[in-house]
Design a protein around this ligand. Structure first.
Ligand code: RRO
Length: 288
């Protein structure tokens, strides 16, 4: 899959990549009302990665559905819509608005945006996470993927809380909170001060979080964070991911997600493993 925020809302990306070859695309996160996003600069490169604080610019759910809602049906691939609200009831309203759109295959609840005030509350508090997950499920007939944050001491209670509240899958992980200081003007470089770190530099953190969450839950985990090639994706799969998302790498090579798919196919062809399912969680020790 493409990771949220890295391939727009669908149509832009379809012009670049043969979407039929990907498992799914996850849209940029949509909120109840339109947002302009954060002050600039919003991004900066870091060693083996980048910082972003985009701040959720989007046309709002009504604007988005008017613009893309019907086009998703003809994209030729499953579209997963990423949503973020400021309260459980806003999450519920966003999910309700997506009912009846045949081009929408699932919802990814973004409980973990590091770049808006209160954006990470849901992904750092198991009770709030469960409340918001439950609110979505009250009104939604779609599969619900809950996107978790790496900015926690222990991801396991959050993964368990999401599963217990009824989530059908987890995405692990969103970006890691960081910052850059401009040594010339001696001020924070990014307009909003703090920003989310992504790219190859964060992959070991994501792999570790998937590895820790996997024994705790029965629902599938989607691995995300610094995946740029098939081997990176396979690390996540061996840690316990059943699927993966490619994000920052597509800013360097827009076809990166496709290359990951093709690389995994080659790996399976060249190994004794017939199906990727047999690799999921294989890095864990055998139960005694
Ligand atoms: O828009 C953003 O600044 C943003 C979001 Br919503 C998110 O979930 N993760 C991220 O790194 N940036």
């Amino acid at each position: 899959m493409t990771a949220s925020g890295t391939s727009g809302f669908g149509a832009e990306y379809a012009r670049i990549v043969d979407l039929a070859k990907l498992g799914a695309m996850v849209t940029k996160t949509v909120t109840p009302r339109p947002r302009r996003g954060n002050l600039t600069p919003r991004t900066v490169e870091t060693p083996s990665g980048m910082l972003n604080s985009i701040g959720l610019p989007n046309p709002g759910i009504e604007g988005l559905l008017a613009r893309e809602g019907r086009a998703w049906e003809s994209l030729g691939m499953p579209v997963i819509v990423s949503i973020a609200g400021g309260s459980a009831s806003e999450f519920r309203d966003l999910a309700a608005a997506l009912e009846g759109y045949r081009g929408v295959s699932a919802i990814e609840a973004n409980f973990s945006c590091p770049n808006v005030e209160d954006g990470m509350e849901f992904a750092t508090d198991p009770e709030l996470l469960a409340l918001a997950t439950g609110a979505i499920l009250e009104v939604s007939s779609l599969p619900l993927i809950v996107k978790l944050s790496p900015n926690v001491t222990d991801i396991r209670p959050l993964a368990v809380a999401a599963q217990q509240a009824g989530a059908h899958a987890l995405t692990i992980m969103n970006t890691i909170l960081g910052m850059k200081i401009d040594v010339h003007n001696r001020r924070p470089f990014i307009g909003a001060t703090f920003a989310g770190l992504s790219g190859p530099a964060v992959r070991p953190v994501g792999v570790r979080l998937v590895y820790q969450a996997w024994p705790e839950v029965d629902i599938p985990i989607i691995g995300a964070g610094g995946i740029a090639c098939a081997d990176d994706a396979l690390e996540y799969i061996l840690a316990g991911a059943s699927a993966v998302q490619v994000g920052t790498a597509s800013f360097v090579r827009p076809t990166a997600a496709l290359e990951v798919v093709e690389g995994i196919e080659d790996y399976l062809r060249n190994s004794e493993v017939g199906s990727i399912d047999r690799l999921v969680g294989l890095a864990h020790p055998e139960p005694a």
